[in-house]
Design a protein around this ligand. Structure first.
Ligand code: NAD
Length: 520
């Protein structure tokens, strides 16, 4: 079904100009922002030069020195104002994200909620983790030790296009509340959403230059950003992540890498198959599968395989796939021609080698230039590309497994380890299966939202899925430099003319006493 484009809420030239005017650029060059919804040009976005990146860092360093002096409570207040703003401006935000990414409105809504939840969480916990903390000293009473948490300075955030608002802002919020400045480089396909983030933060009261956006290709502008940053938060593909890590390594700066996945969903033999099928649809096709934590492999226990598959395929076939600026669509477009080509190639390769298509399987140019049907494959084998490689599209392979052990072994047979999902009625058993999965997050009876949305707990990948974590305390303290300050009341040396062997005996007795007393 195609809705006529004139019914879509158009982005006015003034609205677009208000966003693109936020890019600091002296290059005179622009890049076209093209909407996947219709293939039309939305804007000519100014490109930043390498010199512009250097100038942005110079301004950010100045602004950061001031920002770090603002009390934590005031920095936290700003996050709460941002929280309120994203809901007040919901319609505008959803329109811009949809125009730029082509995703369904419900998936754009997930982005907005993510920003709000991160803002609330880090506003509430900042004081607790950032204020000076008393630590056990060398000797009780004689050593007074405190750990400080200084901001690292200017953080570089390099973001992908798939969740353009979330990825541009959410990871920057803990950095800001910790007293850092941030320079974000959004993916070139989704610059407007990144600039929207700059606008929201400015309107929430963030001082000028504390959060800036630079625009350009990764190899040039992204690299320039890494060359000046004090820490890099990268989200994107595993291949790019490796090169970012190498560059950060050269400079001896830290980085977190949130990379790709080939995430499994396990349906155990005691699962409620109706609920599992409903959840699998959301898990596989959120943002047309262009979600790092979405599901691309389904392992279903033999006793429930047929019942699950029947319900799953029926639900997939009933999905509303269409361009719509209402919450009615279940799935929208892919982002680009390149993404459409990858998805098409994975399906064609699988089919040519014997895979069965139970639902979908083809592009839908009648809906928009990059639409592809939600696709369910069976009989997928290791020689097919989609068996092990991330498709990052609406394609899922379903496998029959004999028991929990086979399901766990198959799920873990991947270089990735980002997210996983387990469905079963016996929660003890499901938890036991979950803990055997090699993945940074595991959701029981949910696909990804439960673990991702538990912002108090760390989120990230193992193996080819990344290094380090976002969310939780890890997601905040990674942006800080710890400093230990210890005050010693008596010298750590033999007093007066006391011989060293006497001193050593006294120390030995003292340390043994601490051990007996159960001290740390
Ligand atoms: P990508 O790696 O191509 O690009 C990501 C960002 O890196 C873009 O801003 C790009 O311009 C920049 N970049 C590219 N080359 C660079 C370089 N040499 N130096 C510095 N920056 C460079 O990824 P993508 O295609 O935009 O996003 C899709 C990928 O992101 C998928 O693999 C997906 O799984 C992954 N992803 C992971 C998470 C997560 O949390 N683990 C979240 C979203 C997306």
């Amino acid at each position: 079904m195609t809705a006529p484009t004139q019914e879509f809420p158009r982005l006015s030239a003034e609205r677009v100009a208000a966003l693109t005017g936020r890019v600091f650029s002296t290059s005179g060059e622009t890049i076209a922002s093209v909407t996947p919804v219709t293939g039309e040009k939305l804007a000519d976005v100014p490109l930043s030069s390498v010199d512009d990146v250097a100038a942005a860092f110079a301004r950010a360093r100045k602004a950061q020195a001031e920002w770090a002096r603002v009390p934590i409570t005031e920095r936290a207040e700003l996050l709460l104002r941002l929280h309120d703003l994203v809901f007040e401006r919901q319609r505008d935000i959803l329109d811009i994200v949809q125009w730029e990414s082509g995703k369904a409105r419900k998936h754009a809504f997930e982005e907005l909620c993510d920003v709000a939840m991160n803002a609330r969480y880090y506003a509430r916990v900042a004081q607790q983790h950032l204020l000076p903390t008393r630590r056990a000293g060398l000797f009780p009473l004689l050593t007074h030790t405190v750990e400080l948490r200084h901001p690292k300075g200017v953080i570089g955030v390099i973001a992908p296009w798939n969740y353009p608002l979330t990825m541009a802002i959410s990871d920057a919020l803990p950095a800001l509340v910790a007293g850092n400045a941030v320079i974000t480089k959004p993916a070139t396909q989704t610059v407007l959403s990144g600039l929207l983030g700059a606008e929201l933060l400015a309107d929430a009261g963030l001082p000028e230059d504390v959060w800036q956006v630079v625009v350009g290709e990764g190899r040039r502008v992204g690299a320039a950003l890494i060359d000046q940053a004090d820490f890099v938060c990268f989200t994107g593909s595993t291949e790019t992540g490796r090169s970012v890590a190498r560059r950060c390594g050269e400079r001896l700066i830290g980085c977190t890498l949130e990379l790709g996945g080939k995430n499994p969903l396990l349906v155990l033999d005691d699962a409620d198959v109706d609920k599992a099928a409903e959840c699998a649809v959301r898990g596989c096709f959120s943002n047309a599968g262009q979600l790092c934590i979405s599901i691309e492999r389904l392992y279903v226990a033999a006793p429930v395989y047929d019942a699950f598959l029947e319900r799953f395929v029926a639900r997939v076939e009933a999905m509303r796939v269409e361009p719509a600026f209402t919450f009615d669509a279940d799935m929208g477009s892919l982002i680009s021609e390149q993404q459409l080509a990858t998805v098409t190639a994975h399906v064609e390769d699988a089919v040519s080698k014997g895979a069965q298509v139970l639902a979908g399987g083809k592009a839908r140019p009648d809906l928009g230039p990059y639409f592809f049907e939600p696709t369910v494959l069976t009989d997928v084998t290791p020689e097919m590309t989609c068996f092990a490689s991330e498709t990052f599209g609406p394609v899922v392979s379903v496998y029959r497994v004999a028991d929990d052990d086979e399901a766990v072994a198959a799920a873990n047979d991947s270089p990735y380890g980002l997210n996983a999902s387990v469905h079963g009625r016996d929660l003890r058993r499901a938890r036991a299966v979950a803990s055997r999965l090699r993945a940074g997050t595991v959701n029981i009876n949910e696909a990804y939202a439960a673990a991702w949305g538990s912002i108090d707990s760390p989120m990230g990948g193992v193996g080819d899925s990344g290094l380090g974590r976002r969310h939780g305390v890890d997601g905040l303290l990674k942006y800080t430099e710890p400093q230990t300050i210890a005050v010693q009341r008596v010298p750590v040396a033999p007093p007066g003319r006391v011989p060293y062997d006497v001193f050593a005996r006294a120390i030995t007795t003292g340390l043994r006493a601490l051990r007996k007393a159960g001290r740390r």
